[in-house]
Every structure is written in C-alpha cells, then in structure tokens.
Write a protein that binds this ligand. Structure first.
Ligand SMILES: O=P(O)(O)OC[C@H](O)CO
Length: 374
C-alpha cells in the first residue's frame, strides 16, 4: 500500500489590502526553511523595504537560500541596499533589464511581476509593490487598495520552475529572455487556469486567456484595473458583449498616481457607455488592484489593461474557477462598486469642456508615444 498522501487542497485565498497580505507574507518568510524567491517591479525605500531587508538577512543567516529578481528601473531608489544584500553568500539578486539608452524601446520592457515563493510550498502574487503605499508597518495602514492571492501546495505547480528559468536567463549570454518561453506554461493554453504568464508579446498567456474568456462570456464581464487603456480588440469585445445583453462592468480608480492614465481611460468611456457598459470610479483612495471576473472565472495579478501590460511587460496572474475564490473576488468587486460613483451616459456627454480637452490631449500624447516606439 502506498503511503503517499496527496497534499490537502487549499482554495486560492484572496487577501485584500497590504495591511492584511503583507503580515501574511512576512509570517511565511519568517518561517522559511529552505528557499525564498521574490520578483517585483516597484521597490521604494521605506519601512516595508527595511522590514523585508531585515527578514531576508535573518533567514539567509539561517541558511535559507534567497533569490530575487528586481526590475532595474522600478527599484532605482534602492540599488545601494540591493548591493549590500547581495554581499550575503546566501542571497543572490538579479536586476532585470538595466536601462541602456541605445536599446530604445527595449527599455520599456520591464518585469512587472509581483511574486513571493516560500519553500516551494506557498506563493503570493497580485499587484503589490514593496512600498509604504501598500503597507506601512508602523501604522499598519494601506494608503492604496490592493489584492494578492495566496496559493499553496499542489497549486504551486510550475511557478518555481518559471522563476528559476528566468533567474538563470538574466545576465546569461543566452537569448532566452528575448524569445518565447517553451516551458510548461504552455499547458495553460488549454486550461486557462493556474499561473498565467507573459514574458514576451508572442507568449502572452494572460492576453490569450483573457481574449478566449471575453469571446465566450455568457453572463458577465467585471473588470477592475488600476490603469485602463486596453487594446482595440479588448474594447470591441466589451462593447459587443454589452450589446448582447451581458453584464459588463468596469471599475477604475478616480484618484490615481498617474493623471495621464486617468484621462486616457476616460477617453474610452463614451463609446463603452453607448454600448451599454457600466463604468464606475472609486474616489476614496487609489484602487491599484487588477481583478477580472468573466462568468465563473477569476484572474488577478500584475496585469493592467494598458499598453505596457499588453505589449511590453513581463506579467504574472493567477486564474481559477474555484468557488470560494470567485465568491471572495465578487465580494471585493461589489464592495468597491458600492463606494464608487457610476458614470451616467447623459452626464458624461455633458461633462465640462476642460475634461474633454484633457482626454483628447492624453490620447494625442499616447498616439505620439506609440509612433515613436514603433
Ligand atoms: O505598474 P503598477 O500597476 O505596479 O503600479 C505601480 C505604480 O503605480 C507606478 O506609478
């Protein structure tokens, strides 16, 4: 008789706001026995980063092997700290795509992934950078609203392999990072669940999964995105599905850290509203999360519906049809919707002229940007 015991199934766990998910992440980091793998785009000096540095050094002193991939641009402010951490024999940090002016638009390719993997047993992904805007330990506060998902045991799947492949490719002479990944991530083309990865525009499993799901949506499409400037194809899907009578809702931040993105998003409202899409803006604090629900399928992660996520960035989402995960994502979406302002089509048509001018100006700037990088 086999003594093999399949590990217990855990629903992916949605955790709302840094004041809840960062303490959960630190509990796991502090109990790590073998390995800690971290990938992140945005790291800023502050209390959270200091706490992370202290925790990593402590675990490394206890012979835990630590590997990090940090985006070279998103972590510019902490490169000195990164050099200091890297002196520890058990810590290796690789900087992704350092800015090199002669590479032109290649510099736009950033790793936008947010990932923590501990002992290949538990992983967290979502939209959170390592900054005090997401969690300030001294006040236990979260200035920006965000979500992360905790995935355990058998659902960890191949994410460590994908991390390791990328970690090894960075800085090596191989062209691996510039070509489509031929690894196990391919299985998700059919499954559309689990880890959805994008590391190259031709291997964008998040985009592929999203298009498939949008095309086959039967009852609802609920989209929450921190930045909203999607592809024309996505907009066509949203309008078509709304016209077919499907419940299409878009929840966006009304307050943001990048005003240009707010006006770019607003420039898309008119046609979406005309098609019957309902649009909501949240004004109480910056809604930085990226959550998509199509029928009974939920995905969340680093993927914004904007040109950077669709075209340039390395991204990571987790997708699932787990019932509890879906209910939690629905609960999150609806609670934010309740505090948000719905944009009414007739009010939108009569908005002040200045607003229209800013939307037009933002669009012109975006067009110019796209021409320059072509
Ligand atoms: O690119 P995101 O979605 O991680 O957001 C990061 C900061 O908001 C950049 O301004």
């Amino acid at each position: 008789m086999s003594h093999f015991q399949p590990s217990k199934y855990h629903s992916p766990e949605l955790i709302i706001d840094g004041c809840n998910f960062y303490p959960a992440i630190f509990r796991e980091l502090e109990s790590a026995q073998e390995s800690i793998l971290i990938e992140n785009y945005l790291v800023e000096d502050g209390e959270l980063w200091d706490q992370l540095c202290r925790t990593l050094i402590k675990r490394a002193d206890n012979n835990v092997l630590i590997q990090c991939i940090f985006d070279a641009f998103g972590t510019l402010g902490v490169h000195d700290d990164i050099s200091k951490l890297s002196r520890h024999p058990n810590i290796t940090i690789k900087l992704f795509n350092p800015i090199r002016l002669h590479l032109g638009s290649e510099n736009l390719r950033r790793t936008h992934v947010k990932l923590f993997i501990i002992d290949n047993r538990v992983a967290f992904t979502g939209g959170a950078g390592i900054t005090d805007s997401f969690y300030k330990p001294s006040t236990k506060s979260s200035a920006w609203s965000e979500v992360m998902v905790k995935v355990q045991d058998q659902d960890i799947g191949n994410i460590s392999d994908i991390f390791q492949w990328k970690f090894d490719a960075i800085g090596s002479k191989s062209k691996a990072l510039a070509t489509p990944f031929k690894g196990p991530v391919y299985i998700f083309e059919k499954r559309l669940e689990g880890w959805l990865y994008a590391h190259h525009f031709s291997t964008h499993w998040i985009k592929r999964a999203l298009y498939k799901k949008l095309a086959s949506a039967q009852s609802r499409i609920w989209i929450n995105s921190a930045y909203f400037f999607p592809t024309r194809r996505t907009l066509r899907f949203l309008k078509r599905k709304a016209k077919e009578g499907i419940d299409v809702r878009i929840l966006l931040p009304g307050v943001t850290d990048v005003l240009l993105m707010k006006y770019l998003a607003r420039g898309r409202y008119k046609r979406l509203l005309q098609a019957g899409v309902s649009i909501h803006e949240l004004n109480d604090r910056f809604l930085h999360s990226k959550v998509i629900i199509v029928d009974d399928w939920t995905t969340l992660g680093s993927f914004n519906l904007d040109v950077f996520s669709f075209r340039f960035n390395h991204e990571l989402n987790y997708a699932s049809k787990d019932h509890d995960f879906l209910k939690d994502a629905e609960g999150f979406f609806l609670s934010k919707l309740q505090s948000a302002v719905e944009i009414k089509p007739e009010e939108w048509t009569n908005r002040v002229l200045m607003s229209k001018v800013l939307e037009r100006g933002a669009y012109k700037l975006a067009q110019l940007f796209m021409k320059v990088i072509k």
